[in-house]
Design a binder for this molecule. Structure first.
Ligand code: IDP
Ligand code: MG
Length: 153
């Protein structure tokens, strides 16, 4: 069972998509194991977007990501990292497939509504970056028999 980090970015918060996005993951059968609103600052964004600090758009990304609080979630399920990434869609909303969150809700490469961890290794790092251990809950074991066959879990 994997856990992955999702952020509903300021672009999603401002456009009142918090409920729709959480509902997509819940309707899929993924479990919300952690959920909170947080105001990000430059320090955490330099860590989180370390691979982008030298890009010309980084200052603009900082402004965008601090415009409002974000909604941070730990989303749990079998193969959750890849499943959530595929539900998120390509980085640029104009290129993301219809049916994905970015494909349905974004026209932008920057204002693209959600962040989702891109690998199991990064998911572990990102969950720990945004959540204390006591903020991630393990209340779900009884539900797995309704979501998966015994040999899938
Ligand atoms: P990802 O969010 O699909 O994993 P990354 O390449 O990790 O994409 O970029 C992180 C975030 O930086 C993107 O979600 C987007 O908000 C922003 N970003 C990436 N590339 C561009 C760009 O070319 N112009 C503006 N913003 C960008
Ligand atoms: Mg990324």
């Amino acid at each position: 069972m994997e856990s992955t980090l999702v952020l509903i970015k300021p672009s999603g918060v401002i456009r009142c998509l918090i409920g729709d996005i959480i509902a997509r993951f819940q309707h899929k059968g993924l479990i919300i194991a952690g959920l909170k609103m947080m105001q990000l600052d430059e320090a955490i964004l330099h860590e989180h977007y370390a691979h982008l600090v030298d890009k010309p758009f980084f200052p603009s990304l900082l402004v965008s990501m601090t415009r409002t609080p974000v909604v941070a979630m730990v989303v749990k399920g079998v193969d959750a990292v890849a499943v959530v990434r595929s539900m998120t869609g390509a980085t640029n909303g104009r290129k993301a497939a219809p049916g994905t969150i970015r494909g349905d809700f974004s026209m932008s490469g920057q204002e693209n509504i959600v962040h989702a961890s891109d690998s199991v290794e990064n998911a572990d790092i990102e969950v720990r970056r945004f959540f204390k251990p006591e903020e991630v809950f393990n209340y779900t074991d009884d539900t797995f028999k309704y979501l998966y066959a015994p040999d899938e879990v």
